[in-house]
Write a protein that binds this ligand. Sequence first.
Ligand SMILES: NC(=O)c1ccc[n+]([C@@H]2O[C@H](COP(=O)([O-])OP(=O)(O)OC[C@H]3O[C@@H](n4cnc5c(N)ncnc54)[C@H](OP(=O)(O)O)[C@@H]3O)[C@@H](O)[C@H]2O)c1
Length: 321
Amino acid sequence: MLSNSRPLITVVGALSKQGRSVVRALLESQRYRVRALTRRVNTPGAQDLARQGAELMAVPLELGHKEDFIQAFKGSYGTFLMTPGITPEASHAETHETALGKQIADAAVEAGVEHLVFTSLENVDRITGGKKWVPHFTDKGRVENYIRTLPVTSSFIYMAFFYTNLLEYYQPRLKGDALVFPIYLPEDFRAPFVDPLTATGPAVLEIFDNKDKYAGHSLPVIGDIISPKELVETFSRVTGKKAVYSSAFTREELLHHFPSFSSMGALTDEVIGMAEYAVEYGYFRKDRDLLWSRRINPDSLTWEQFLRTTGWRGQALSFAL
Ligand SMILES: NC(=O)c1ccc[n+]([C@@H]2O[C@H](COP(=O)([O-])OP(=O)(O)OC[C@H]3O[C@@H](n4cnc5c(N)ncnc54)[C@H](OP(=O)(O)O)[C@@H]3O)[C@@H](O)[C@H]2O)c1
């Protein structure tokens, strides 16, 4: 049993891929107690968090629940905050994700939390002077800017592209004797990738362990920097399966591979904007420390290690618990 004197960290989005990793790392360290927030406290995934030692609390990660969040944050020394993937709105004004991030950050401050870690991303609007539209990056950057104005110590992680996107959202399809990987990046473009299920927790634990050192820092979390060509070649080598890359970088290619995007105009614009942004400007701002996450967690999985550890062989998977 963990002693009550250990600092309490409240994890928002505790059943998300990032949140689960954070809960596990904090509890395994035996240095923190964890309160896990989710709408779905009765699901097997939530019960699994409880078995690990987390206290479950039902709070919807939605607007209009600030009071619930204030209550949920009461007694917490720290909090890990995430905003979920929200279908983009076609406006550049304050979006749902920005408003939600501000609401939970305000609630944390009002509840007296001392250290807030938000999973942010680059403000693409600012970096590109408005040329690329990637609201799920820019909105997080805006939330980060807002948090920096609040009277609380704050730190930020920036997750690379998730390996799990290829398993969950952009799966390969069998064509003849080969698995075709439709990838939204050009074949030879090296981009940062990471496993959110195992890499988020160690990064956040390191930050909570060293509040003053990381106060105000924005830290990329990366497992590998690898091109689609290398992703597919590695997959073939590890699984023994024939696999080929197919570009989903342009609008036509994306819609060809994923016809369902045609009914989601804003989401299509966003995915294309994100890929173009990454290629033309770099996924991370030039001054970010790309080696930090490997320094503090040398075990973070490369793509090859991810494939070997998970045993993934190209099938569609869901990580929703
Ligand atoms: N995919 C990538 O390559 C990538 C890279 C960097 C950053 N990101 C960012 O990572 C975030 C997603 O993280 P993840 O993949 O770890 O999350 P996830 O596994 O998709 O889980 C999302 C969580 O958010 C909550 N949620 C989802 N939709 C909701 C809704 N409509 N109302 C209330 N709660 C909702 C759910 O909470 P409940 O438990 O209550 O259901 C769920 O646990 C996004 O903001 C995305 O922009 C993604």
